[in-house]
Design a protein. Sequence first.
Length: 216
Amino acid sequence: MPNKLILWSVLALSLGCIALAYEPSPLQDFCVADSTNSVKLNGVACKNPMQVQAEDFFFSGLHLMGNTSNAVGSRVTPVFATQLPGLNTLGISMVRIDYAPWGLNPPHTHPRATEIITVLEGILEVGFVTSNPDNRFITKVLKKGDVFVFPVGLVHFQRNLGNGYAVAIAALSSQNPGAITIANAVFGSNSPIPADILAKAFQVDKSVVDMLQTKF
Ligand SMILES: *[C@@H]1O[C@H](CO)[C@@H](O)[C@H](O)[C@H]1NC(C)=O
């Protein structure tokens, strides 16, 4: 019987590990980020809990429209642990996304978070692509009040399908979701990926890559 017990314990432990694949459950009520502490760990060191104030759990500003005067016509205003220290270790955050008429939040991924988005104003065309080898494109048009989810790590985008401004709020399953904008990462890396590598990868002439690299 002890063998069976060990087997179950190992199974329970391994299931526990699966559940902990992202941010682990906190072992205390909170761990407000102490930005003055230079200790590096997975997250930020905790402020002394006795010195924590309501302000540490608070952010103000998501009523403000983001500046969409840029090449893609969108702006993400983040509320991550950096902006709201009380989010540290809690595995959750949010953003406001503003879209100029026909503005685009261009294809990108969040390496550490699933994203659930709700439209507050306007009409958004959204989509994501499943991983290799299927690369299925899943897309939908959302109106005010609609909710859509972008599974963790998948390339996704939103586009404003209208002549007015659009606004969305999204929640993300990490205090620090990270973002990799595809065009910027591939064609705008610092230093650049050699153009002949990108030409072969994208099966285009090197001049096309040279042109794209000047844009990012
Ligand atoms: C919005 O961004 C543009 C481009 O960076 C800048 O020229 C403009 O002053 C900004 N507008 C406001 C209101 O901050």
